[in-house]
Design a protein. Structure first.
Length: 255
């Protein structure tokens, strides 16, 4: 929590902080004593640079536009369910941190879970069972990143549209497993169109893709102490990594 000298107390909480609970109401003020019920209302109420505290439970959330910086912290098992729609767009000039939450049941071709132009940090997050509308572009994805993103200590599994990157992306201490991205003319479970991607201390296993596991179209890929195991392609030749362009740079170490 960021708290300045001008903060006031609302209910049991300093202003700016917001609490969400399945037993809450969006008519409440979002204090700890009077939580709101939805993620959308919490984002509306949270002050720039403050924290949304989400209580255990499942929350339906979709068509969100995030235009401010904040942190979201889940207590217990917190699931954000896209209800077969896109969950969120994250605008430029924002810093958004998600900790201990899960994203599931999103449906969209371009970042079903999130399409981000900002700076996003995902820590101890699960992204699972998100789907695509069709499979006819390289950009089919659950995560579509054109900004700066870090995925750490997380699990990404059983999705059929995964990660598209044309920004900067760090994947650290994360498991990517049992995803199937082989529909139509899709490419890979991680498609790098440009920018820099670092895969560090992570495991990529039992994934199926059409042309490649990690497809490096343009940009830079650094892989350090990563494990690739039992990944397969249905058409191409790079179950682990496919390097498409001579102008790309890939460094693989201790993997």
């Amino acid at each position: 929590m960021l708290l300045n000298q001008d903060s006031q107390v609302v209910g049991d909480s300093p202003s700016g902080e917001v609490w969400v609970a399945t037993t809450g109401s969006d008519d409440n003020d979002g204090s700890q004593a009077n939580p709101v019920a939805t993620i959308a209302k919490a984002i509306e109420l949270v002050a720039e640079g403050y924290t949304i505290h989400v209580g255990e439970g499942t929350y339906i959330a979709n068509s969100l536009t995030i235009a401010k910086s904040f942190a979201m912290f889940g207590s217990g098992k917190v699931i954000i369910d896209g209800n077969a729609s896109k969950i969120m767009n994250i605008n430029e000039n924002t810093i958004v941190n998600f900790t201990n939450v899960a994203f599931t049941n999103a449906l969209n071709n371009f970042g079903g879970v999130m399409q981000s132009k900002g700076t996003v940090n995902l820590n101890n997050v699960s992204i699972y069972k998100n789907t695509q509308k069709s499979g006819y572009t390289s950009t089919v994805s659950s995560i579509y990143n054109t900004g700066v993103m870090t995925i750490a200590n997380s699990n990404i599994y059983e999705n059929d549209g995964l990660i598209f990157n044309s920004g900067n992306l760090d994947i650290i201490n994360t498991t990517i497993s049992s995803n199937n991205v082989a529909k139509g003319t899709t490419y890979a479970f991680l498609y790098i169109d440009s920018g820099a991607v670092n895969v560090i201390n992570s495991t990529l296993s039992d994934n199926t893709a059409r042309l490649g596991g990690i497809w490096l179209n343009k940009g830079t890929l650094n892989v350090n102490n990563a494990t690739f195991e039992n990944n397969v392609v249905t058409v191409g030749n790079g179950g682990a990594i496919h390097i498409e362009s001579d102008s790309s740079t890939a460094t693989i170490k201790d993997s």
